[in-house]
Design a protein around this ligand. Structure first.
Ligand SMILES: *[C@@H]1O[C@H](CO)[C@@H](O)[C@H](O)[C@H]1NC(C)=O
Ligand SMILES: *[C@@H]1O[C@H](CO)[C@@H](O)[C@H](O)[C@H]1NC(C)=O
Length: 250
């Protein structure tokens, strides 16, 4: 299959986090990335995801999507979805990066926000929302604001995207999933076209990594959502940067 373009970027592991700093680091300008789409060869049934509401008080900051702890360095939030930083104490090795939550304030309509950054000092009920999200929830309030949230599907209809980390090769593997409709829990790699699968380990900054690599620059990737749905993408190039768009989403 055709290869996508290599995206050269100055991507680096984020060192800073969301709060309590209220200003935000400058956004990197990123070039467009060409993705080649690949066939989805399987989806499997899901356990339905219900989540209890988590209450607390929330604050806001300038927002940091591209430099945030989830490393969404080339991602743009879908229309109608806001950004938020999520609790460091409930971080769980980036398990909720890319997950969507419905956030309710003291009054008015709830909003949907995607978890894209970490707030180390926030307890589990405390969201550090992007400023536009906070203002949408409660235009006339200053922080902190009483909120509660539940996990929801993002409602994303476009396919999920696999994104190579800079430095990825046959000797060192690091890949992330963006634009997923449900939180991603597992990313596995096959070097035999999908007969057997090898594991990766998620990092705090949301890449699925295997330090020894897989010995080849073309693999199949199987992504499993928190509810057990899978998307398989074949003929994935394992080369620095760039990305590939899957055939579907969860
Ligand atoms: C990396 O992959 C190998 C198999 O190729 C596996 O044995 C190992 O556990 C994986 N390491 C991590 C950190 O997932
Ligand atoms: C990784 O980069 C290579 C080279 O640009 C590209 O062909 C491949 O599609 C990329 N794979 C992913 C998953 O981003």
């Amino acid at each position: 299959m055709a290869l996508g373009l290599t995206l050269l970027s100055n991507w680096a592991r984020p060192l800073a986090c969301a709060c309590p700093v209220k200003d935000h680091s400058p956004h990197r300008t990123s070039a467009a990335v060409t993705g080649t789409s690949a066939a989805v060869i399987g989806t499997s049934a899901a356990v339905s995801g219900t989540s209890a509401a988590v209450s607390g008080t929330s604050t806001f900051y300038g927002g940091n999507l591209n430099g945030g702890m989830c490393s969404f360095s080339t991602y743009t939030l879908p229309s109608g979805i806001y950004g938020t930083a999520f609790s460091g104490s409930a971080w769980a090795t980036a398990a909720n990066c890319g997950a969507c939550i419905e956030v309710t304030g003291p009054s008015g309509d709830p909003i949907t926000a995607m978890i894209v950054d970490q707030c180390p000092e926030c307890d589990a009920g405390h969201l550090d929302l992007f400023e536009d999200a906070f203002k949408k929830l409660s235009p006339s309030s200053s922080d902190p604001l009483s909120t509660s949230y539940t996990f929801v599907d993002c409602g994303i209809k476009t396919p999920l995207v696999l994104h190579n980390k800079s430095g990825t090769s046959q000797y060192w593997f690091a890949m992330q999933v963006v634009n997923a409709n449900e939180p991603v829990s597992v990313l596995e790699v096959s070097t035999d076209g999908g007969s057997t699968w090898k594991s990766t380990t998620r990092t705090e900054y949301n890449f699925f990594q295997n330090e020894s690599g897989f010995g080849t620059t073309t693999v199949a990737v199987r992504v499993t959502s928190a509810s057990g749905k899978t998307v398989v993408v074949k003929n994935v190039g394992v080369v620095s940067d760039s990305q590939i768009t899957a055939g579907s989403n969860f």
